[in-house]
Design a binder for this molecule. Structure first.
Ligand SMILES: [Zn+2]
Length: 421
């Protein structure tokens, strides 16, 4: 009898190499003849948790098989063989689940996206439902493995990943840059984040992992066609297409007020700019945001967000904005996007001296304003028009600084030609 079997995998990689998506691709290859792959999922979890590897990604396969025990033994053998077990921080986990996915798995996925979840919580959910799992070493991977099985993927994107021959892992990747630019010209925005603002190739990672390149897009057919346009200058030994929560903003949650923001969550907040943006050493830009309740939080645009910082620097106290970003341990919002809703057009400034044209200074609390040169006095500040260099629209960090989960603005209203559907 054929049944649906879900296999979740996570935490098989290390900063030295490996990649859980590669392990998933090898597993799919080895399962040929034993199981049919109904869906291969690449699921990103809370991006604010600093694990050893950058992406915080887990993999789940939905399989149709009449031989679940054979699938399980092939899976465990593949993890034992390929996971980077020597790395002290790698702690793989595998979860098997047969049949319909229970609501509490979905709820577990949402917790892993928005919060910080421990191994014990995954075990609790699995025990409650009789889910099967295997921990290698500490087995922290069962958290992501279970979350990947539970992921809703109501909104989804696709990634085509091409893998390198093992003897080349850790060496410079060889892909024809011009072919990537051409692919981008022909398929963007149905594929996205192929190039950065300067036209540099983003589809090839810089880690020693097995990935040669990955192409993200709105449908499986689009990413397959786009991958066919890329000229690899070294052998591609394996490839896989994953359905994913990448580029969907699944991590963001609207929070009603700043007082309710939790560390390590990802939020959408409405408020007014409460302080003049300031640039600190290293080129990072900060400002304070105040909500209608009077609570404040610091928002940051870091150096890698490049041109996006110009927008943040141009904000003025009083501007109404909606900020999108991840919250760190120090309760700072690291901006991913900002919607400028209303720009102030006038602001209160010290009056100018009518005689010599100089800007007056405060003459002391309650004393009004005074010209330092000629002593002319004025009682109050005056309203002056301000010239603005930004517009009322949404701005986003450039592709090179974008999080895997962040939805590129270009996907705002996807217009997908029928030929690609
Ligand atoms: Zn004067």
């Amino acid at each position: 009898m054929f049944r649906m079997l879900h296999v979740g995998l996570d935490d098989t990689d290390s900063e030295r190499g490996m990649c859980t998506t590669y392990l998933g691709a090898v597993l799919m290859q080895r399962l040929g003849g034993v199981a049919e792959v109904a869906e291969a999922r690449l699921v990103r979890l809370n991006p604010n948790i600093k694990y050893k590897t950058r992406g915080n990604a887990a993999v789940a396969l939905r399989l149709i098989t009449s031989r679940p025990e054979v699938v399980k033994s092939i899976t465990l053998r593949t993890v034992e063989e390929l996971a980077d077990m020597r790395s002290p921080s790698t702690a793989p986990g595998v979860v098997f689940w047969q049949g319909e996915v229970p609501e509490s798995f979905r709820e577990f996925y949402r917790r892993c996206l928005h919060g910080v979840v421990g191994i014990g919580e995954a075990e609790e959910v699995l025990h409650r439902h009789g889910g099967e799992y295997v921990k290698f070493k500490l087995g922290r991977g069962i958290v992501g493995a279970l979350a990947a099985i539970g992921a809703e993927l109501r909104e989804r994107t696709y990634e085509y990943i091409a893998y390198r021959s093992p003897e080349r892992w850790g060496t410079p990747r060889r892909v024809c840059t011009e072919s990537v630019r051409r692919m981008n010209r022909l398929t963007y925005p149905l594929t996205f984040n192929n190039l950065d603002e300067e036209g540099r190739v983003l589809i090839t990672p810089h880690t020693p992992c097995p990935v040669l390149f990955g192409i993200r897009g709105v449908s499986e057919q689009v990413v397959r066609e786009a991958a066919g346009m890329v000229v690899a200058l070294e052998p591609v030994v394996l490839h896989a297409v994953y359905v994913s929560n990448q580029a969907t903003d699944a991590h963001l949650r609207e929070v009603g007020r700043i007082a309710e923001v939790e560390p390590l969550s990802s939020v959408v907040l409405l408020g007014r700019v409460a302080s003049e943006p300031r640039v600190i050493e290293g080129g990072h830009v900060f400002f304070r945001l105040r909500d209608e309740h009077g609570d404040e939080i610091t928002c940051a645009a870091f150096e890698p967000t490049k041109g996006f910082r110009r927008v943040v620097r141009a904000l003025l106290p009083g501007d109404l904005v909606r900020v999108y970003g991840g919250v760190n341990e120090r309760m700072q919002v690291n901006l991913e996007k900002i919607e400028v809703i209303e720009l102030i057009t006038r602001r209160e400034v010290n009056p100018r001296c009518g005689r010599c044209g100089r800007r007056m200074k405060s003459a002391g609390r309650g004393q009004g304003y005074r010209c330092r040169r000629c002593g002319t006095r004025a009682e109050r500040r005056v309203s002056e028009p301000v010239e603005r260099t930004i517009e009322e629209r949404v701005y986003q960090v450039p592709p090179g600084a974008m999080r895997h989960l962040a939805r590129p603005l270009v996907l705002g209203e996807p217009a997908i030609p029928e030929s690609f559907l």
